[in-house]
Design a protein around this ligand. Structure first.
Ligand code: ME8
Length: 506
């Protein structure tokens, strides 16, 4: 039995509403969904949070360009994110908008607490600012006079500002990182952060007077909070802060590598100042390029997840995102690669295996899954498949725990390919011996039943279709992972053949 008190809190970044959703947003959110679904199957009480980052100059400018009030503008874009998550079968438990009263209360309390602890003071700021990144830069950080991260022009900002005493936290951060080796992942990202901190931290400007679209600074409403102070505190808001804390600290912040510093330097420093525990782990994944090029609006090559999922299928798209590239590394998206995965891994391997299995059960056993009979002459491959499935639960759980999605899928496909080879080799349709034939068919049906459970976090709908095809009722959600992946499911179910699971792309 799993322990009902185990909890798991996983987050995505909250996305800016100045832009519509693209493949990058879908990537982080599908990965978080896979983690959340797996933990639920393992018996955890999960809080899976995503949402939108709605304040700041960037959003104010985008709204003005569209001739709308920021909040009206945000409402429209938020709906596009929410619709996309529904389409992609994202199982988030909460959707946070930074314009919600619960969040304004939380960010305000965090500010007041940090201020009370002596870490916020008033000063004057003069530096370069990159509005697309909402980031301050010193003269020496600029590259050819432009933002070193996104390459766009920067603006000179001079204004009265509140500062956070970030400089005070360098040593404490380095100590925390060294004492908690799993805090920043992957390893190369951790090294980047350590080097950045070792160069010396400057106090951070955390308020603005040059625009008004933000959460007012408590006690000084001429200022609004710096959008990153506001945004990062969303993770506390959803955990119940400042009231009863249900889930803090988060177990896992999933982010893209572009926002590493905010999550592993600023955020932990704010939390230390407020006397709150730090998130257990921050994992920064890599970036997608498209046909080898940086994705950008000006190039017109932004991959639209809505259109892609509609054309190729939701599960096909989810599978591709998590299978194509090791999580943590950069990867390239191309239609050729997507179609290759669909026709190869999904149609030829998995879809074909299911349809062959169901056809044989229909033909040789009138559509009823036969029992396993303890025959002497087991085909070697049959023992092999069973053996592989019996050792998989631990490897698979470790791989998902380590966010090595592509490896977890790889291991499953080793078994799926062996099962196809097994069908070829055992050629059950030529088999005379009834016992061996029953064993062959049971092995295929049972193997597929177990594979459906493993695949559920990645491809929920297709997994349920495999499950139902094998004559099982009720779907996979809510079941106990350890119990369901154990060999020995009951025979006797009446199979239900349906249309091909993954139609080939021609
Ligand atoms: O940064 N490849 O929001 P954002 C992979 N509001 N992932 C990508 C990507 C790409 N090409 N482009 C974007 C923000 N992403 C802030 C976050 S959190 C407190 C505040 C993903 O809308 C990746 O997860 O710019 C990245 O971190 C996120 O989108 C940035 O989304």
């Amino acid at each position: 039995m799993t322990d009902a008190l185990k909890t798991f809190y996983v987050t995505t970044p909250i996305y800016y509403v100045n832009d519509v959703p693209h493949i990058g947003h879908a990537y982080t959110t599908v990965a978080a969904d896979c983690v959340a679904r797996f933990r639920r199957l393992k018996g955890y009480k999960v809080l899976f949070l995503t949402g939108t980052d709605e304040h700041g100059q960037k959003v104010q400018k985008a709204a003005a360009a569209a001739g709308l009030e920021p909040v009206e503008f945000a409402d429209k874009v938020v709906k596009r994110f929410q619709d996309l998550w529904k389409d992609l079968r994202i199982s988030n438990d909460d959707f946070l908008r930074t314009t919600q009263p619960r969040h304004i209360a939380s960010a305000t309390t965090l500010w007041e607490t940090v201020k009370k602890n002596g870490d916020i003071y008033k000063g004057e700021y003069e530096d370069w600012y990159c509005t697309p990144c909402e980031n301050f830069l010193t003269e020496t950080q600029l590259k050819d006079g432009k933002c070193p991260d996104c390459g766009r022009p920067v603006e000179r900002l001079k204004e009265e500002s509140y500062f956070f005493r970030l400089s005070k936290y360098g040593e404490a951060l380095l100590r925390h990182i060294s004492e908690n080796p799993g805090f920043i992942q992957p390893e190369n990202r951790k090294n980047e952060v350590v080097n950045f901190i070792k160069e010396g931290l400057r106090d951070l400007s955390v308020s603005r007077t040059s625009f008004s679209w933000g959460i007012p600074v408590p006690g000084d409403s001429r200022h609004v909070m710096y959008v990153w102070f506001d945004a990062l505190s969303n993770y506390l808001t959803a955990a119940g802060y400042p009231g009863h804390n249900r889930m803090w600290p988060a177990d896992l912040h999933l982010i893209g590598k572009d926002i590493l510093r905010f999550h592993t330097v600023y955020w932990p420093a704010f939390l230390m100042s407020a006397g709150l525990p730090l998130p257990k782990r921050v994992f920064a994944h890599g970036w997608w390029t498209v046909d080898g090029n940086k994705m950008s609006k000006s190039k017109g090559n932004v991959v639209d997840p809505v259109a892609t999922a509609r054309k190729y299928g939701v599960d096909q798209f989810r599978y591709f995102l998590l299978r194509e590239v090791p999580f943590g590394l950069d990867g390239d998206f191309s239609i050729k690669a997507l179609e290759g995965r669909i026709n190869g891994d999904l149609a030829n391997d998995l879809g074909n295996l299911l349809s062959r299995t169901l056809s044989m059960i229909e033909k040789y056993r009138s559509g009823v899954v036969p029992p396993e009979i303890n025959a002497k002459d087991r085909v070697d491959l049959e023992k092999d498949i069973k053996g592989l499935l019996e050792t998989l639960p631990k490897d698979y759980s470790d791989l998902i725990g380590g966010l090595e999605f592509h490896q977890a899928l790889n291991q499953l496909w080793v078994i799926i390919r062996k099962m196809n080879a097994f069908v070829d080799k055992a050629s059950p349709w030529k088999e005379k011996d009834e016992e061996t034939l029953s064993n062959v068919l049971y092995t295929l049906a049972e193997g597929l039943r177990i594979i459906a459970v493993y695949l559920f976090p990645f491809m929920p709908d297709s997994s349920d279709r495999i499950w139902e095809g094998l004559g099982m009722e009720g779907g996979i959600a809510g079941r106990d992972f350890d119990k369901e992946v154990a060999w020995g499911g009951k025979p006797g179910a009446k199979i239900k053949k349906g249309p091909p699971l993954f139609p080939r792309i021609v």
